[in-house]
Design a protein around this ligand. Structure first.
Ligand code: NAP
Length: 278
């Protein structure tokens, strides 16, 4: 008997740049699944109809990306508690009864990428310095707290946004002025850049790493380029570095499992395929 055809995709606007189809279609082929994963260009005023259409078309679900991650929450029937704390979803799973469930796996992907780079890493090892208070930072903040982080120092160009996050997420998160960047990293065990500084076409992050201890892990969630000026400088000093590709690949795994029934691996071959697509 012909296996059921399973269809999923990613909704965003614009969407052509998304690497999610490359990742999911690689796994579909690897696991010999009868299915496909597509790009869905969805304008903001069509979001509700597009999400409702998942049910009507019998899709397994979809990923949600910029600019829809926050707005999509109100168009699903149920939102996972972690995604509620993050305030955004990046995955919708259509249940057999037609119920639409929203999840956010970005923070999971980030934490997995750290374990991959340093299997002994643990969130409670010491202070975390987090740069940025945008959409991506919320998922990382929640996941670091859930993983046992004992102190998170948050710095953002617009300090009011860091203050708001610190007030929302409680006493383990403290906002610092951007001007204190070089001092706050002195005793940190993890430095993470979640700003867009260092991205292709953007100015680099200006930071003096001379105060940073050699055992601090330095991560940048940017994946284009794979090695940002921050990571190049940290690597030159001997710090272990983690780029944003691992987060991008690992966040896709739980969604793939929910739709296609297999928890896939992140192999070097998949990495090479995705890198070749940049
Ligand atoms: P966002 O919501 O627009 O937030 C952007 C952040 O960057 C804000 O904190 C913003 O500070 C800061 N920023 C922008 N320009 C700046 C400048 N000139 N100086 C100082 N700070 C500046 O974006 P996002 O969705 O969080 O994404 C941020 C980065 O993460 C992007 O590069 C994106 O590609 C990457 N990302 C990677 C993954 C992955 O899977 N690896 C997933 C999601 C995002 P203000 O608040 O002051 O504006």
């Amino acid at each position: 008997m012909q296996k059921k055809f399973i269809m999923a995709g990613v909704m965003g606007w614009p969407i052509e740049h998304s690497r999610s189809p490359t990742i999911h279609n690689y796994w579909i082929k690897e696991h010999n699944i009868n299915g496909a994963y597509g790009h869905f260009p969805v304008q903001p005023n069509h979001l509700e109809a597009a999400i409702d259409g998942l049910r009507a078309l019998g899709l397994a679900g979809c990923n949600i990306t910029i600019p829809h991650k926050v707005a999509a929450m109100k168009h699903v029937d149920w939102v996972d508690p972690k995604a509620q704390r993050i305030g955004a979803i990046n995955t919708i799973v259509c249940k057999p009864d037609g119920m639409l469930c929203g999840f956010n796996h970005d923070g999971f992907g980030y934490i997995q990428s750290l374990y991959e780079a340093q299997p002994t890493w643990h969130a409670s090892a010491g202070p975390v310095v987090m740069l940025g208070a945008g959409g991506a930072s919320r998922s990382i903040l929640v996941s670091l707290l859930d993983s046992g982080a004992s102190e998170i120092r948050l710095l953002n160009r617009t300090q009011s946004k860091a203050d708001e996050l610190a007030a929302e997420f409680g006493p383990l998160v403290t906002a610092y002025p951007w001007s204190e960047l070089n001092d706050t990293i002195e005793d940190c065990k993890l430095l993470v850049n979640t700003t867009s500084l260092g991205m292709q076409g953007q100015a680099p992050l200006e930071i003096d790493l001379s105060n940073l201890k050699s055992d601090a892990l330095v991560s940048d969630i940017i994946y284009a380029p794979l090695e940002t000026p921050l990571l190049a400088a940290a690597k030159a000093r001997g710090n272990t570095t983690v780029n944003g590709l691992g987060m991008l690949l690992h966040q896709a795994r739980p969604a793939f499992e929910a739709w296609f029934g297999v928890l896939p691996d992140v192999s070097q071959k998949l990495r090479n395929v995705v890198i070749a697509s940049f």
